[in-house]
Design a protein around this ligand. Structure first.
Ligand SMILES: C[S@@+](CC[C@H](N)C(=O)[O-])C[C@H]1O[C@@H](n2cnc3c(N)ncnc32)[C@H](O)[C@@H]1O
Length: 246
């Protein structure tokens, strides 16, 4: 098997936020596999085949990519942001685990990218300056009860919380429910940031508080950051100090 598979992330949006290593991996690939809008971010290379698929078909897409690599192609699987954060890298390794044992001998590697949480934080200052965690609100692959348990634990532990996948047409109520759960534990004045299209030319920030946060202002291109008890404003920026010692 002379094929290879690299899993890359195109970053949050702006071309400059795609790493040079990812750009090189994309230029060398014979085949690109990914969700259509992410493939559209990749500049065309002559002779390269593009295999666009539906956003939900992650395991199927991973198997297709592995089969192409096993057939000798140089495949790049394309995600947005970082490929290891709620994205395709885990799907590829799951497909390897469940699939043809010969896939374990393939040349597979992951190139990191700028994830939405980092791009969103940079739009407003340094809200992730202290301990933080990331939770996806999508219950497509895990139960809502699990998400609620993790939200409550993160709030009680006073982490800054980054919320990915806050809403979609199929899941319109979940962010509102998450805010209600967090309000039961955290102070109403806790800073909340709704950052849409972070790291792109269309970036938009809503800086509010947990008491006033409106779930209807988020969509599937929005990343939410809920502060810790130490997160605060200085001028027009929001930051979380690195230490909480007096
Ligand atoms: C399936 S996850 C993929 C995350 C991606 N792998 C990453 O590292 O950013 C999709 C979610 O990421 C967040 N997201 C992705 N790009 C974003 C951006 N430019 N601005 C704000 N949120 C973004 C949104 O919460 C969206 O619903």
């Amino acid at each position: 098997m002379n094929g290879s598979l690299v899993i890359v992330g195109t970053g949050p949006g702006k071309a400059e936020l795609m790493t040079p290593a990812t750009q090189a991996a994309l230029a060398e690939a014979t085949d690109l596999v990914g969700y259509g809008p992410y493939l559209d971010r990749v500049p065309p290379t002559a002779g390269q085949c593009r295999h666009a698929s539906d956003n939900r078909a992650e395991l199927e897409r991973a198997r297709h990519a592995l089969a192409l690599a096993a057939a000798g192609r140089k495949v790049a699987v394309v995600s947005g942001g970082d490929p290891g954060v709620f994205a395709m890298a885990a799907a590829v390794f799951e497909a390897v685990e469940r699939g043809d044992p010969a896939w374990r001998a393939l040349d597979i590697r992951v190139e990191p990218g700028v994830t939405a949480m980092l791009a969103a934080a940079a739009e407003v200052g340094a809200p992730l300056g202290g301990d933080f965690c990331a939770i996806s609100l999508s219950d497509n692959l895990k139960s809502w009860a699990t998400i609620e348990r993790r939200l409550k634990a993160a709030a009680e532990a006073d982490f800054v919380i980054a919320l990915y996948n806050p809403a979609s047409k199929a899941r319109p109520h979940q962010l509102g429910e998450a805010f209600a759960l967090l309000r039961a534990v955290k102070a109403g004045e806790t800073p909340v940031l709704l950052v849409r299209a972070a790291g792109s030319a269309e970036a938009r920030v809503i800086a509010t508080t947990l008491a006033e946060a409106d779930a209807a202002q988020a969509d599937m291109r929005t990343l939410i950051i809920v502060g810790a008890s130490t997160t605060r404003r200085v001028g027009r920026w929001i930051y979380t100090p690195r230490g909480a010692k007096p």
